[in-house]
Design a protein around this ligand. Structure first.
Ligand code: TXA
Ligand code: MG
Length: 319
């Protein structure tokens, strides 16, 4: 686990343009000085991330926002009151100081105040906003432990801060705020039901309103994403696996008969979606490392955190 000297060291590296992997309550992030275009360019290079996919800027508290965004509508205030610090990212009109490389040339910037003691301590110590995508190679599984980051990006980062396993386990919910309209760009750690309870109705873009090009509203939400190396197929309840194949199962609660599977990852034996989300990426990784021909995944109930999990599963599925 990281110590106060580690946090000081990481803060100095970041101010000097380095790359530091940081724990947050959702997933680990690959952080760089958000106002230093060269540092941010290193993030894109380390991840192999296309430049049309904008990054989230992390700040420790709301007072830091005025320098970065030009508007903070009443709707955003309501959401911030309820969900910050926490797994909600708000896309808002940006100020000129935010470099184009951070926002992929968009006139908006995505902002998040993370709810993790190490991330908070680092942001305060560094005194600069941090641009941080998830700390995985582009399109692959997101990391929820420091060891995951080391396996996937080890040499490409200057330092890894270990904050233990991530509590939430899926990325933040991304919403675009335009006046009093709230549009859901990515389901995540704050559920649709929770958002609706605060701001009423939420605009959900139709799935095919997202062509895989730079023109879509949230360019990072490409159809293929969060993928293991092993082919993954989504299944309906009691479909039996293809015979003769080494098959693994990813499920919320395990079926009675699992004899057809070489490996089974049950995400919550009580069917709890919060527990399932916290286990999700680590379980996918274990299945991916089990030498399987195929991973079969059962969809989650489409409510609460199940929506974010189904979104990740659909993107991970072999097309
Ligand atoms: O939980 C999280 O959000 C993690 C931790 C590290 O904070 N970060 C994360 O970042 O998941 P990333 O880069 O993997 O996902 C950022 C998402 C992408 O879908 C991207 O397209 C969207 O946010 N995004 C960023 N800026 C945007 C903007 N200006 N307009 C629309 N979408 C934006
Ligand atoms: Mg990501």
């Amino acid at each position: 686990m990281s110590t106060p000297p580690d946090i000081k060291h990481a803060a100095q590296l970041l101010r000097d343009g380095g790359l530091v992997a940081i724990p947050t309550e959702t997933v680990y992030g690959l952080a760089a000085h958000a106002l230093d275009p060269l540092a941010v360019a290193r993030v894109f290079a380390a991840k192999g991330r296309p430049k049309f996919d904008p990054l989230i800027v992390h700040v420790p508290e709301r007072a830091e926002l005025a320098d970065l965004v030009s508007e903070f509508p009443a709707t955003a205030v309501k959401l911030a009151d309820q969900f910050w610090p926490g797994p909600l990212t708000m896309v808002l009109p940006k100020r000129d100081v935010v470099p184009d490389i951070v926002t992929a040339g968009l006139s908006s910037v995505a902002i998040r105040i993370p709810d993790h003691p190490v991330a908070q301590a680092l942001l305060k110590e560094a005194g600069i906003p941090l641009a941080a995508p998830s700390a995985n190679p582009f399109g692959r599984l997101s990391p929820t432990t420091a060891a995951h980051v080391r396996e996937q990006l080890g040499d490409a980062v200057d330092f890894i801060l270990d904050g233990g396993p991530c509590r939430v386990g899926v990325e933040s919910t991304v919403v675009q705020i335009t006046g009093d309209q709230v549009q859901l760009l990515r389901p995540g750690g704050v559920t649709l039901e929770e958002l609706e309870a605060v701001v009423g109705s939420i605009v959900i873009p139709a799935p095919d309103a997202h062509p895989s090009s730079a023109a879509q509203p949230s360019p990072g939400t490409l159809p293929q994403h969060y993928a293991p190396g092993t082919p993954l197929i989504l299944t309906v309840d009691d479909q039996s696996p293809a015979s003769g194949k080494r098959t693994g199962l990813l499920c919320l609660t395990a079926p009675e008969d699992t004899s057809a599977y070489i490996a089974v990852e049950e995400l919550s034996n009580t069917g709890n979606l919060t527990e399932a989300a916290a286990n999700f990426f680590a379980a996918m990784r274990r299945l991916d490392a089990a030498g399987l021909d195929v991973i079969v995944a059962q969809p989650f109930p489409n409510k609460g955190l199940g929506r974010a999990l189904n979104d990740r599963l659909t993107r991970a599925a072999t097309k």
